[in-house]
Design a protein around this ligand. Structure first.
Ligand code: ATP
Length: 363
């Protein structure tokens, strides 16, 4: 089922007497989540991700704007009527109930024509448990399960009523690194298998990029960019998005365009015949540096970090906006790096931004 947001806004009143303390947690969001897709809400702490999810679930009512599930407007519908499944960061399982009882719990209160017999409830719970591969653990209590298994129970409980929309709020943050990796793949598998439109909240860009069909990058309640992960990575609309996606992060330099060339320090590093003259922030992805004895960009080598397949060359440059930056190169190119490291730059990995607003300057 597709989900449409129209000018969706949520303001929380500020504390104290001053009106201007109000927090606009979600500011005028208009976009559509296509049917059957996995969408990641992504952004730093406090950007409004959980607020957005709670607006979709019905736990919060918007200050303005509308929400549609398919053709049906659900803006003022209570959570229980929306057909959403919710999974929280802390799993929120009932400790005194078994896995089976935890999963059947949402089915207990169904009324009228939807009412199920005990046997039907057990069958539905087993079906959901099989999907997340915990059907062998149905008689255990949550305390007898690992964190990953508890998270699966929470997902099974959210799936048991076959929700129209599945909402996941930082579902992996309580898991260790290896389990996170495994569980995120599981989430993708379950989502693909069920075809349920799923919204996934995370502050981890790598997580979002690896499993989502579409990411929504947010900052301070404002939508920054929306698109397929690779497309947003390759074509960021502003400096915030460029910096938020990618590990190691993009490298930013105080630079300028002069007479059709991009200057970083005294060196003309790229020909940009169509770019406007003036100061810019030049942002270069770590994979945009190619070691080359005749390269136009010179910097000082600080150290080399070998990471197996790739090598991270840590360098400094007076125009760099921080201490040191990283170039990622193939391990067999390392012999070309000397104390004064020279690189040529891949033009499609170099982005220019306005120093005052951070908006992209296209060239
Ligand atoms: P995190 O990643 O830390 O969970 P988030 O991106 O989910 O953050 P939200 O929890 O949606 O962010 O909060 C967005 C903004 O709204 C924050 O500035 C927060 O302080 C504010 N906020 C959230 N809930 C309330 C509330 N009930 N009352 C007042 N302000 C709130």
């Amino acid at each position: 089922m597709n989900v449409t947001l129209q000018n969706l806004t949520k303001t929380f009143p500020g504390r104290g007497k001053q009106k201007n303390n109000d927090v606009i947690a979600v500011n005028d969001f208009t976009f559509e989540i296509p049917d059957g897709k996995l969408v990641g809400l992504l952004g730093p702490s406090g950007c409004g991700k959980s607020t957005m999810l709670n607006l979709l679930s019905g736990l919060l009512t918007p200050t303005a704007g509308k929400i549609f599930f398919g053709e049906e407007e659900v803006t003022n519908q209570p959570p229980q009527n929306r057909g959403v499944g919710l999974v929280f960061q802390n799993y929120a399982l009932y400790p005194h109930l078994t896995v089976m009882q935890n999963i059947t719990f949402p089915l207990e209160n169904l009324k009228g024509k939807d009412k199920l017999t005990k046997a039907q409830m057990r069958e539905k719970a087993l079906e959901a448990a099989r999907l997340v591969q915990i059907d062998q653990l149905m008689d255990r209590k949550p305390s007898e399960l690992s964190g990953g298994q508890q998270q699966r129970v929470a997902i099974a409980r959210a799936l048991v009523k076959m929700p129209r929309i599945l909402l996941l709020d930082e579902p992996l943050s309580n898991l260790d690194a290896r389990l996170r990796l495994q569980t995120r793949e599981e989430i993708r598998r379950i989502q693909t298998q069920t075809g349920i439109t799923t919204v996934f909240v995370t502050h981890d860009q790598e997580e979002a990029m690896s499993i989502c069909d579409m990411i929504v990058v947010m900052r301070d309640g404002i939508l920054q960019q929306i698109g397929q992960p690779q497309q947003v990575y390759d074509d960021p609309e502003n400096l915030f998005v460029a910096k938020f996606l990618g590990t190691p992060p993009i490298n930013t330099f105080d630079a300028r365009v002069e007479a059709g060339k991009l200057y970083i320090g005294e060196e003309a590093v790229l020909e940009l015949p169509d770019a406007e003259t003036g100061p810019v922030i030049a942002a270069i992805r770590p994979e945009g540096f190619v070691p080359s004895p005749l390269g136009s960009f010179t910097c000082q080598l600080q150290r080399i970090e070998v990471m197996g397949r790739d090598t991270s060359v840590v360098c400094s440059h007076p125009a760099f906006t921080g201490e040191t930056f990283r170039a990622i190169i193939d391990s067999d190119e390392i012999c070309q790096i000397s104390a004064e490291a020279r690189f040529s730059l891949k033009e499609n990995k170099v982005y220019l931004f306005r120093p005052d607003t951070g908006d992209r300057i296209r060239f």
